[in-house]
Write a protein that binds this ligand. Structure first.
Ligand code: PHE
Length: 340
């Protein structure tokens, strides 16, 4: 088919010479559109004698592929040339910073948690983890809170089964017993993690929040060691010595048990954070109850321990002046981006 061949050569020549993208676009339309050479060839097929149709179809397809390939090659060459001339042109500055990708940032709770982990690991403490769906045994019984004990009422528990054998842990204390079962005393460990309570949400209550449990097991530990550790903790958090006081507090798994208050780090004479009292209720703590040591397989005649339960969510709020706990889990970028 010399005619077709000539049209093809002509088309390829013009494509190769297309000066710019708009011209190339017009040529594509001209050659590949309905009235182009390919279109015409295809349109003529039905009127050909049956014996010639197959050949004509194949020829049309070959033509189409060759023209398409030539257009593709020319497009690439034009783009390359455009880029090259842009790069060579006046005012092109390859050192200009590119558009910045959007970066995420650490959650404020994660930041404070990592600081505490650094502080405690620097003193030789371990960082442990435990399950969020916990056995009733570890969450309550092994912590000296039997089924009919009124202390269970203070923790509105999410149950995961009808009998309540499986619960969402209401505190990180169950990991105390898990740690005792696994580690040989003496040891010291913190356990940061999420805990869950069936709370009605408001500015200071959430169903999910964070705690950091602390547990030290050694020979002859006393309340003095507990106070020393807590003072070091506060110095690490606030960067200076902070006065503390202990009030009696009741938790079935510590004896004696305390509420530790810290002198308000934000004021001298009373502010909204300390509710004008100059003291902030910071964390409950105490000496590990012998029954808990026994539940963890540790001999209370030989070993002693102290434990504390730091409210990580609360501490984060104190640290950054966050006045509504619900913001922490809101996933609201306007809130989170402030910690970038
Ligand atoms: N687990 C207790 C709570 O969540 C806090 C606590 C921990 C008290 C360790 C004493 C010792 O309320």
């Amino acid at each position: 088919m010399p005619d077709t061949e000539r049209s093809l050569q002509d088309a390829l020549g013009r494509v190769a010479g297309a000066p710019d993208m708009p011209a190339l676009g017009r040529l594509a339309e001209e050659f590949l559109g309905k009235t182009g050479i390919v279109g015409k060839l295809l349109a003529s097929i039905p009127s050909l004698p049956p014996a010639e149709r197959k050949e004509a179809g194949l020829a049309a397809n070959r033509l189409k592929r060759e023209i398409e390939a030539a257009i593709g090659a020319r497009r690439e060459a034009l783009e390359e040339a455009a880029l090259a001339s842009e790069r060579a042109g006046e005012g092109f500055d390859p050192t200009l910073p590119a558009a910045k990708p959007r970066r995420g940032s650490l959650h404020p709770v994660t930041r404070v948690q990592r600081e505490l982990e650094d502080l405690f690991t620097s003193m030789g403490w371990l960082v442990l983890d435990g399950p969020e769906v916990e056995l009733e045994h570890y969450n309550f019984d092994a912590l000296n809170i039997p089924r009919d004990h009124p202390a269970r009422d203070t923790m509105d528990t999410f149950r995961c089964d009808a009998e309540g054998k499986l619960v969402m842990r209401t505190h990180t204390s169950p990991v105390q017993v898990r740690a005792m079962e696994r580690l040989k005393p003496p040891f010291r460990a913190i356990v940061p993690g999420k805990v869950f309570r069936n709370e009605t949400k408001d500015a200071s209550h959430e169903h999910t929040f964070h705690q950091v449990e602390g547990l030290a097991i050694d020979r002859d530990l006393s309340v003095g060691h507990l106070i020393g550790a807590m003072k070091t903790l506060l110095r690490g958090i606030f960067g200076r010595d902070i006065e503390i006081r202990l009030r009696p507090g009741y938790f079935p798994f510590v004896e004696p048990g305390f509420e530790l208050d810290a002198r308000c780090p934000f004021c001298q004479s009373g502010c909204s954070v300390c509710k004008q009292s100059t003291w902030i209720e910071l964390l409950p703590c105490g000496m590990v109850h012998p029954n808990v040591l026994k539940a963890g397989g540790i001999d209370p005649e030989q070993w002693t321990g102290f434990a504390f339960g730091l409210g990580l969510s609360r501490l984060t709020m104190l640290r950054y002046g966050i006045d509504d706990v619900r913001l922490l889990l809101s996933g609201d970028l306007r809130f989170l981006e402030q910690f970038a």
